[in-house]
Write a protein that binds this ligand. Sequence first.
Ligand code: NAG
Ligand code: NAG
Length: 325
Amino acid sequence: MRLGVSLRLLIPTLSILLGWNANHVYAVECEGRDLYTPFPFDDDKTKYRVCFSNTGDSKEYDCPDDLNFNEELRSCAAVFIPMPKCTFEGERFKNPLVDDDDCINYIECDKDLVFFTERQCNTGEHFNPLYQDCVLEAEYDCDIDIPDCSHPDFQNRKWIDKESCDSYYECVGDIIVSRTCPSGMYLDVHTQACMYNSAVNGGCQVPKPQPNYLVNVETMCQGNVGKFLPDPHYCKAYYYCVDESTPYWSPCSDGRYFENETCTKTRASSCICEDLTWGDSSPKSVNVPHPDRTKFYVCKKGVQAEEKSCPPGTTFNATKKMCSA
Ligand SMILES: *[C@@H]1O[C@H](CO)[C@@H](O)[C@H](O)[C@H]1NC(C)=O
Ligand SMILES: *[C@@H]1O[C@H](CO)[C@@H](O)[C@H](O)[C@H]1NC(C)=O
């Protein structure tokens, strides 16, 4: 019964949705592709292509302005800044939100394990992302991945390999040697010795930042076949569930908004940064209100909205576009 209803809706809807009269045939591109699963078509991912049949009917689309095709979301989306996942209060990570050539900025997990406080190391220290802590500049060179053993500052010392915890470099005089700590140990630069690694008590771990996606394209259509679902990352687009594992993404036409299962001219309440316009002379970043007045969003061109908290005792003033006491 359900299948009958879905199919009846599916076929007319899809032909309208996809503009089937404008088909092009590119059989080669569609070989081995899943149908209705878009894939990027150019290097900078401003275009994508969708295959609609096994014989290679496919069509090319442009992403909306400032968005790029994202394979994990099967959609055009603003860029996500990968954020680390907090596992305990006070956990520290390199701050992915600032350009930081000096390696002094880090973020610390708040007790809700979702939000972060931005902090800086003391003078004379650098943030070491593997130790998740500030260390003396003499113990961590943030500019150089591999120590320059010809320079006296590096000689006869051990230096961490920034990619891994158990391997390290040693400058034996001016000769560089790659070494590995025994299993379960890491190089502690401070003591210059291999120590037992325990992430709880300092130690060393390679951070794995993840984009904080709000949809899972593998599961979002389960139980939703034939439905239009909102795209939580872009209020002017939706996913149509072709089958249990195929969400087909599409922006609304004419710049309309998607809300209440349809594209409308009324601005959707889920919009955050999507309908700001970015001219050449406009500021690089704009603060916009959050439903919770102790928070706000930072909008930047082509980047996903970033949620921030106002300092204690202040709330966001929408007129001033900043936190205010
Ligand atoms: C969607 O529905 C809600 C509740 O019925 C309504 O308040 C809102 O204005 C609707 N949004 C649009 C864009 O029509
Ligand atoms: C926000 O700032 C404006 C301009 O300074 C001020 O007039 C207004 O009272 C402030 N609003 C709140 C809620 O504090």
